[in-house]
Write a protein that binds this ligand. Structure first.
Ligand code: PLP
Length: 438
């Protein structure tokens, strides 16, 4: 067991010690704004200094309860001692050697572990999956896009409106989220068709309208789908939606690519969200929570699909030994309690949100799975109210609660998977107080 000096531990509930932002935070924000890209989407003025579990301390000593996990990344909690120890030990041994050209143990170990738990059919012999390591979600989707075209020798792709897959050209072309993400960046990668997400009506449209007219299915390489749409609003698809995509893909020789960048790594109460539906995709893309905060992503593919030859796809940093060491420990922590905690605490959270939704008419009932949960904010006519959402997210910060929006008017709750009952209680109380005031 690793011991933490108790007097250095952060309190487990918010503790604000003055007006926000404090003087150190304000000074850093001023310096940041002078030199960093204005394309970053900063909301409230949080300047993070230290994290521990679900708690985050800013540079002025204010302590916040973090229900963002750094955009669904810190799944094992901020600075989990075992992850920190794995990083420190690996950093002292080998920082970099490039898995593209050489071999090292942490990358092999991680690939074996991921291959063993990939929700792909068990082969007669050999591993269930092959793995390509990347540095980010966008890069994972970019690579999956290339792999699908390479393997199928087809060029067309089907993706979904509301989807977010990243910012590089291939990933951006798959993304169907916000106009600002595309405006003035064209032309994008050709061949991607977007259809509405989550409903059988949309798949009817694909099969009955698009396939016979402008999208010959034997030219479609892949359908790329998030099992639960993340940035799009934590949208859970209709029953049978993912199963039907699998059937369509099987029928036409199309690859099913599941983007688990946000929904994966235990967040929904399964290692991969697609496992809730018992669907086995052809390719899974990962990033965010895989290495507890170190930059790492992965493409898992059924073994025969990785038919591309040496040199066809590679990266200098992807699968960096320190990031792989963090990921190896992350996987062990997920499998030895955190996935289970995501299940249990997810239920507690949804129950609490349900109660709030029955008390406050401006709140929709919650949706999601495990600790990937969201509610919409509604105006008096029950229309989505993005202004109210922004106001609640902003005000929560000034009460010590860190939240993020998603979709048109949703607040998403994606805390570290180490969250406990008491912390959920504190979050719900702050939310209830805010809702009572608006
Ligand atoms: N895919 C999904 C589902 C995401 O939610 C995101 C980021 O939010 C990405 C891909 C892109 O990941 P990254 O920001 O690491 O490139």
């Amino acid at each position: 067991m690793l011991s933490i000096p108790i007097d250095q531990c952060l309190p487990q509930v918010p503790r604000l010690s003055g007006a926000l932002p404090g003087p150190r935070a304000q000074s850093l924000i001023d310096r940041d704004q002078a030199v960093t890209s204005p394309s970053y989407t900063r909301g409230y003025p949080l300047v993070a200094a230290r994290g521990e579990g679900c708690m985050l301390e800013d540079v002025d000593g204010n302590v916040f309860l973090d229900l963002t996990a750094g955009i669904a990344v810190a799944n094992t909690g901020h600075a989990h001692p075992q992850v920190v120890q794995a990083i420190q030990a690996q950093a002292a041994q080998l920082l970099h050697m490039s898995g593209t050209d050489f071999y090292y143990a942490p990358m092999v170990e991680l690939a074996e572990h991921l291959a063993a738990c990939a929700p792909f059919p068990a082969p007669g012999r050999g591993p269930r999956a092959r793995v390509f390591f990347t540095n980010s979600g966008a890069e994972s989707n970019e690579g999956a896009f290339k792999l699908a075209r390479y393997y199928t020798e087809r060029s067309l792709i089907v993706a979904f409106l509301g989807a977010f897959h990243g910012r590089t050209y291939g990933a951006m072309s798959l993304t169907g989220s916000k106009a600002v993400q595309r405006q003035q960046f064209g032309p994008l990668v050709p061949g991607v068709t977007h259809i509405p997400y989550g409903s059988h009506a949309s798949l009817d449209y694909l099969e009955q309208q698009l396939f016979p007219t402008i999208l010959p299915p034997n030219e479609v390489a892949a359908i790329v789908v998030e099992p639960i749409q993340g940035e799009g609003g934590y949208i859970v698809p209709e029953d049978g939606f993912l199963e039907r995509i699998r059937q369509i893909c099987d029928h036409h020789g199309i690859l099913m690519i599941v983007d688990e960048v946000q929904s994966g790594m235990g967040r929904t109460g399964q290692l991969f969200a697609v496992q809730h539906w018992g669907v086995m995709p052809d390719i899974i893309t990962l990033a965010k929570g895989i290495a507890s905060g170190l930059p790492l992503g992965a493409i898992l593919a059924r073994p025969h699909l990785m038919s591309w030859p040496p040199g066809s796809h590679a990266t200098t940093f992807g699968g960096n030994p320190v990031a792989c060491a963090a990921a190896n420990t992350t996987l062990k922590l997920l499998e030895t309690g955190l996935i289970e905690n995501a299940c249990r605490m997810g239920e507690v959270f949804r129950c609490g949100l349900d109660q709030l939704a029955s008390r406050f008419r401006c709140l929709s009932p919650p949706r999601g799975k495990g600790l990937m949960v969201a509610v919409d904010l509604l105006d008096p006519g029950y229309n989505l109210d993005s202004k109210l959402r922004d106001q609640i997210v902003d005000q929560a910060f000034y009460r010590g609660l860190l939240l993020l929006g998603c979709g048109q008017a949703a607040i998403r709750f994606c805390p570290p998977l180490v969250i406990n009952h008491d912390q959920i209680g504190v979050a719900l109380k702050i939310l209830a107080d805010l809702l009572a005031e608006v």
